[in-house]
Design a protein around this ligand. Structure first.
Ligand code: ADP
Ligand code: MG
Length: 327
């Protein structure tokens, strides 16, 4: 059934019924003029992210389920990068009138999948018709924390860490663009044999799993990698007033990325240094941390990379995605 047939209120009713399970600790969730909510900790974190069809996603590549999951994931990642726990999600939608109701139901199934895992309550939103024909999603996620970790706390001598492999998401996107086909892992039409070797990369792009640090006591600065390692490390350096040195042979690169780079005739380090949307956490600490991958250290001012031959390469640590720069 088309959205135009059920109308705004019919659609909100459907959305509300899909989200109702998650409403128990919410004093008032979907259905009133505003939500009434309480928080676990005193400091409230708020983040918002906008996803626009044609800029942030392509409906030829993503399913609605995956898009819903990712919309929440990118917001959860921002809260995690502040050292917080996500709590309440609000999602405003601009929906082209020709959309099917079922597509929006799938979107909310994707959202609810991650909401359940991360204990997030979908507590409201807004629904408008997008007559321009492009689907627009704008999410607001509120969370809370006892200790805010900003981008500005890195100190000279701190070690620079990441949570996991870099570059997978950008390579996943490049593979989708090379194949121009939706990779729907959730139904049987997905050709598992054809996609096996790069499935983890495509999955990382379409459904990034947000990372959390369990203990942030010793973390001095943190950011999530959405625009590429160099760009996001640049933000930590700018805001902390420091430089940085990274060791290229310590950058974690998955076997899948190595294979895919060969297949695409690209350098895996390009994806790992400048590719966006990994949503791994990048953070600094003066402590030596187990289970985290050390890739370099914070220095006084120069921003450099050291290659496997111990050669120092100066970099402008801001080579990544910029929405307002012509590509
Ligand atoms: P109002 O006109 O007062 O803004 P709405 O009719 O837009 O109210 O919304 C009614 C309820 O439905 C509100 O609780 C709102 O948060 C919720 N809601 C509307 N659109 C969405 C959406 N896309 N996702 C989740 N909740 C929504
Ligand atoms: Mg409204």
């Amino acid at each position: 059934m088309k959205i135009a047939d059920v109308g705004e209120f019919g659609l909100i009713h459907t959305i509300s019924s899909l989200c109702s399970i998650r409403q128990s600790p919410v004093l008032l969730g979907i259905g009133d003029d505003a939500a009434a909510i309480t928080f676990k900790a005193d400091t409230v974190l708020a983040t918002t992210d906008m996803l626009i069809e044609g800029i942030h996603f392509d409906l030829n590549y993503t399913t609605f389920f995956q898009l819903g999951y990712k919309t929440l994931a990118v917001n959860v990642s921002d809260i995690a990068a502040m050292g917080g726990q996500p709590e309440y999600f609000f999602l405003s939608l601009g929906i082209p009138p020709f959309f099917e109701t079922q597509w929006i139901e799938e979107l909310y199934r994707g959202i609810n999948g991650l909401a359940t895992q991360t204990k997030v309550h979908v507590a409201g939103g807004d629904t408008c018709s997008a007559r321009s024909g492009n689907f627009v999603l704008s999410g607001v996620l509120l969370g809370s924390t006892d200790k805010v970790i900003s981008r500005s706390g890195a100190r000279v001598g701190d070690t620079i860490y990441v949570t996991n492999n870099l570059g997978d998401s950008a390579a996943g996107l490049a593979l989708l663009q090379a194949h121009g086909k939706t990779a729907n892992f959730d139904d049987n039409s997905f050709d598992k044999n054809r996609y096996t070797f790069f499935e983890p990369l495509v999955r990382r792009h379409l459904m990034p799993v947000p990372r959390f640090l369990i203990d942030t006591t010793e973390i001095t600065a943190m950011i999530d990698i959405s625009d590429g390692l160099l760009q996001d490390l640049g933000h930590i350096c700018d805001q902390s007033g420091t430089g940085a040195k990274i060791y290229l042979d310590k950058i974690p690169i998955s076997d899948a990325l190595k294979k895919a780079s060969q297949y695409l005739n690209r350098d895996p380090l390009d994806f790992a240094l400048s590719g966006g949307e990994d949503y791994e956490l990048l953070f600094t600490s003066s402590a030596s941390l187990e289970n985290c991958i050390a890739i370099g250290e914070i220095t006084k001012e120069d921003r450099v990379m050291v290659d496997k031959n111990n050669q120092t390469i100066p970099v402008k640590l801001n080579k990544g995605y910029d929405h307002f720069k012509p590509s």
